[in-house]
Write a protein that binds this ligand. Structure first.
Ligand code: ZN
Length: 480
């Protein structure tokens, strides 16, 4: 070994033509080592020593794009053909190694890069950054089984174009801005009046298609539409269907992209009729939907277990899972972090074919490492999070009882990690991540961000172990 790097990650060694590659650890952090004619394709420092000439390259977005050109396994892929797919959002860009080690021996296709525009804004990252972090983790771990990249909760054509342009393999179209939820609770007279304003050729075709018919979903479940329900569903969902169709036809069609339609970001739960109607219309119109995210009964708050009646959830979920199965796509469960009490139901009632998204819990595991290893930094984050909760609540809806969070001043260092086992504290630490990462000192420098990254680089093996344990528990409960 020489002075330029201290360690080679053995699983990262690759060959391409006359070139050899690996990821090495150096004082400046992990670097790409390249020797051979591919060297000239990367930006980095050429080094000549008695062992030969090679280049050490920083793990930048630019270099990651060249790695993606050379090694197919580092490119995000469609998850088609994989029954269980799991979104593993990584807001810091440090969690993928832990995620890969969690799933590598299992029949699970990981979507390692998964980020919404809201998360990009809150973390100050780009889609290129998010994907590059996954690419380097995949390369370092020598993970050749394939992974996906999800442009999550995208709302507009431009957002979809942005994610596709960066090489993302999955698009989750958030239709919430086109779902007319104001009609969900409107009186029937208003529904009738509005429905009658729609073009007659559209409504009569829909009535012919849906009224006085039984749609068997399986032996036990049949979906039927009464005129009142149909009018309401058409008013609420037709604009969303039109939006999804337009995005699909202009941007997705003809490409091997996992197109997910999300109708979950609404206040009211998705009825079986509504799910059936949306799916039936989209498939009839030729949209290759790979997954649909309905809004299930109960509360899916971020980073904590499911809140609601588990048996009621199961009854509701079975129907959605069967509708998905009938149409040949996956049911997608969003806000899937830490929903331990419903995981066995998701695993069982889908027959092991589903998509589940997690994100916040991976950030919370990072905070757990900080609580264990850097108590002073944890105390500052905790205090800041509590002070800035009202601001964070503008972006995330949570119900938490601050009086249940133990007083920080009377909590010894050894007990700090226990905050990560308490729901109310978890929620506070979860939703303030964006404010924490972007907070600046008076002189313009970042107040916490660099210290968080430094700590997590230093204690990377602890973070990896924490993720293996915690995401591993998710998978165990799902029955994987
Ligand atoms: Zn969602």
């Amino acid at each position: 070994m020489n002075g330029k790097y201290t360690e080679i990650y053995p699983k990262s060694k690759q060959k391409h033509g006359d070139s050899s590659f690996s990821i090495v650890a150096s004082d400046a952090g992990d670097m790409l080592y390249v020797a051979g004619s591919d060297m000239e394709r990367f930006k980095g420092e050429i080094i000549s020593d008695p062992d030969g000439t090679y280049k050490l390259c920083p793990l930048t977005v630019e270099n990651s794009k060249v790695i993606r050109e050379i090694f197919d396994f580092t490119r995000p892929k469609s998850h088609k053909g994989h029954a269980i797919t799991i979104g593993l959002g990584d807001r810091l860009g440090l969690a993928s190694a832990g995620h890969i080690r969690t799933v590598c021996g299992l029949d699970v296709f990981p979507v390692l890069a998964q980020q919404s525009i809201r998360e990009l804004n809150l973390t100050g990252r780009t889609y290129d950054d998010v994907l590059a972090a996954a690419v380097w983790a995949v390369f370092r771990e020598g993970y050749t089984k394939g992974y996906g990249a999800d442009g999550d909760h995208l709302k507009s054509h431009d957002e979809v174009k942005y994610a596709l342009g960066c090489g993302y393999s999955m698009i989750t179209l958030d239709c919430s801005e086109h779902i007319r939820n104001d009609y969900a609770g409107a009186p029937l007279t208003e529904i009738e009046a509005k429905y009658n304003e729609l073009p007659k050729d559209i409504t009569s075709t829909l009535e012919e298609r849906y009224l006085e018919k039984n749609f068997p979903v399986d032996n036990d479940v049949t979906v039927e539409f009464k005129k009142d329900d149909l009018m309401r569903i058409v008013l609420i969902y037709l604009p969303a269907i039109e939006h999804a169709l337009s995005v699909y036809e202009q941007l997705i069609k003809g490409k091997d992209i996992d197109f997910e339609v999300s109708i979950d970001e609404t206040l009211s739960t998705t009825t079986p009729q509504a799910h059936f109607f949306v799916a039936n219309e989209l498939l009839r119109l030729g949209v290759d939907v790979r997954s649909v995210a309905p809004r299930f009964v109960g509360e899916f708050q971020k980073g904590i277990d499911y809140r609601g009646d588990v048996s009621e959830f199961e009854r509701d979920f079975i129907i959605h899972a069967k509708i998905a199965e009938k149409f040949g796509y996956k049911v997608s469960v969003h806000s899937g972090s830490d929903k331990f009490s419903i995981f066995p139901i998701v695993g069982k009632q889908t027959g092991g074919k589903y998509h589940l998204k997690t994100a916040g819990t991976n950030w919370l595991e990072a905070v757990r490492v900080i609580a264990e290893k850097e108590p002073q930094l944890y105390r500052e984050l905790h205090t800041f999070a509590l002070e800035n909760l009202p601001e964070a609540r503008k972006y995330y809806v949570i119900t938490c009882d601050l009086s249940k969070i133990a007083d920080l001043n009377s909590t010894p260092d050894s007990k700090l990690p226990e905050y990560l086992n308490q729901d109310d504290a978890r929620q506070v630490l979860h939703i303030t991540y964006g404010l924490i990462l972007q907070e600046k000192n008076d002189d313009g420098t970042l107040r916490f961000r660099d210290r968080i990254y430094k700590a997590l680089h230093k204690y990377e093996s602890e973070y990896i172990k924490g993720l293996e344990k915690h995401i591993g528990k998710h998978l165990t409960e799902l029955g994987i």
